[in-house]
Design a protein around this ligand. Structure first.
Ligand code: 8Y4
Length: 283
């Protein structure tokens, strides 16, 4: 299984690792140190990303909008100011695959012009012009499910049947992508762990990963350090490494046993890579 990403090709015969690079000055647990006085600290970004690549990251996911529960929306200009200098810096220095975590068509367009290879949209191209923009760019896109918006999504998550509703949403968004001219083989699907979901909802979706994999699109799984893990093992965000890696391996096992393929979106690249290698050897 291979995913064409513009000028690059991503091998998905085993799980690919997407490393999280937050370029939001307000993000505390990671990424906050990439800024000083609202300006990107270039040396820090280069050192961080070099380590990620050496640790085994296949993709670097650059995001300038905080989508954590309760986060305030950002302006287009703010997002551009955060993301573009970093993408330009990374494209000039590394031969890796870069994804841009954005829902904003202007950011998608400019990021692609500066060398981004994949669009990661937590709003599944629902903003005006997003479908048309990605279709023109001819890049792969991750469609993620979210209930409500980051500001309010964890206040009252509710579903009659979370698995049916999330899979139906992704199926509909995928059909609209294909109508807009996006190639089926460029579409990735993501149930959106933690985005408008209780622990019970997240665990139902996790159990249903084989069903989602049966759609034959690569699945993106982002559970790293999220509160669902904190709720299971009762730990703060800085003590979720083992839980995150365990869940990543279990997700890989579910998806590959079902004949699918996947990308793991993670903060802890080295540990996840080692765990996946050990799992691979036992297959
Ligand atoms: C601690 C650390 C607590 C991180 C919460 C978080 C996903 C995503 C995010 C995902 C895809 C996050 C941009 C949320 N999660 N994109 N983005 N899938 N495709 N929260 O699951 O990491 S940001």
């Amino acid at each position: 299984m291979q995913l064409k990403c513009g000028t690059k090709t991503l091998d998905l015969s085993s799980p690919a690792i997407m490393a999280v690079l937050n370029v939001t000055p307000d993000s505390f647990s990671d990424g906050g140190q990439l800024f000083s006085n609202q300006l990107v600290d270039k040396d820090r970004v280069l050192a961080t990303v070099e380590a990620m690549i050496n640790d085994g990251a296949d993709i670097i996911d650059v995001g300038g909008e905080s989508t954590r529960p309760g986060a305030e929306p950002v302006s287009v200009q703010q997002e551009l100011d955060r993301v573009m200098p970093v993408l330009e810096l990374l494209s000039a220095n590394f031969d890796s695959i870069f994804s841009v975590d954005t829902s904003t068509p202007e950011v998608m367009q400019q990021a692609a012009e500066s060398g981004a290879h994949l669009i990661n949209d937590v709003r599944a191209l629902q903003r005006p012009e997003a479908l048309e923009t990605v279709s023109r760019l001819d890049l792969p896109v991750c469609l993620m499910h979210m209930q409500n918006q980051p500001k309010t999504m964890q206040q009252q998550p509710g579903y009659k049947d979370v698995v049916a509703e999330v899979t139906e949403f992704l199926r509909q968004r995928k059909l609209l992508c294909i109508d807009a001219g996006i190639k089926s083989e460029q579409i990735l699907l993501d149930p959106g762990f933690g985005f408008g979901k209780t622990l019970e909802h997240n665990l139902s979706l996790f159990a249903a990963l084989p069903e989602l994999a049966a759609y034959k699109h690569p699945i993106v799984v982002g559970v790293s350090r999220k509160s669902m893990i904190g709720q299971i093992i009762n730990t703060e965000v800085n003590d979720r490494l083992i839980g995150s890696v365990t869940m990543a391996v279990l997700a890989a096992q579910k998806i590959y046993r079902a004949g699918g393929s996947m990308i793991l979106r993670v903060h802890d690249v080295k540990e996840t890579r080692q765990a996946i290698q050990v799992w691979q050897a036992t297959k």
